[in-house]
Design a protein. Structure first.
Length: 231
């Protein structure tokens, strides 16, 4: 068994969470896309979801670019101040999970840093989703941070794991990956040659139980135990 030199973390629902007690910390229920842009909330959500991959891999470089495309395809007018207001709202909403960091997660990072292990982050995200990162208490623990929208590919593309390993100067077989499992990221990490672990501390059981085949960690400190076992 290869000794581990680096651990790569997912961000959302692994280091931080957008949920509290099974609900979003920021409710979106009050927004009415029908009156704002002319698409019902469910139509908008569908169009937004259809563009998920291109939002993550930089295909749409900005929030404006996604919205422009949605409106154009639906022959709806692009009203600058409406889109700008939605964008600003989204920035505020996405900052929320960075504001209260779980102390168990910080304790884990401290323990790992004491072992001189390298820490990396790979997040599938867009620019406005990670504005809170640089100032949040987690940032200082990480040696390399990869945001998908900046590098042009996203998990589970093997290239993004290879990029992280190359920046961290580790062989993937000396690397652990931990994430809640969104975007099929655990299978991607395994394909890249890493040991992958499922972070199950934030996501509700009914979601996390859909993922199988990876060691399931109920608490952040279980990752530390797994790391010690590999030494
Ligand atoms: Mg995640």
């Amino acid at each position: 068994m290869a000794q581990k030199e680096a651990i790569i973390f997912d961000l959302f629902e692994t280091l931080i969470t957008e949920f509290a007690n099974g609900r979003r910390k920021v409710s979106r229920a009050s927004r009415d896309y029908g009156s704002l842009i002319g698409l019902s909330n469910s139509e908008f959500q569908q169009q937004w979801n259809e563009r998920q991959e291109m939002r993550m891999n930089g295909g749409y470089p900005t929030y404006r670019a996604v919205m422009m495309d949605i409106l154009e395809k639906n022959k709806l007018p692009y009203v600058e101040h409406v889109i700008e207001a939605l964008y600003q709202e989204r920035i505020l909403e996405k900052r929320v999970p960075f504001m209260d960091i779980n102390t168990d997660v910080i304790d884990l990072l401290k323990l790992l840093k004491r072992k001189s292990i390298k820490l990396g982050l790979i997040s599938n995200c867009t620019e406005e989703e990670v504005r809170g990162w640089a100032e949040c208490p987690l940032a200082g623990y990480f040696d390399e941070v990869i945001f998908s929208y900046q590098v042009g590919y996203a998990k589970p593309d093997i290239a993004i794991y290879q990029l992280a390993c190359s920046r961290l100067e580790v062989n993937p077989k000396h690397c652990m990956f931990v994430g809640d499992g969104g975007s099929n990221e655990l299978a991607g990490a395994r394909s890249a040659g890493m040991d992958a672990y499922q972070a199950a501390w934030y996501v509700p059981d009914f979601i996390s139980s859909k993922i199988s085949g990876f060691p399931r960690l109920a608490e952040p400190n279980e990752l530390y135990k797994q790391f010690l076992d590999k030494q």
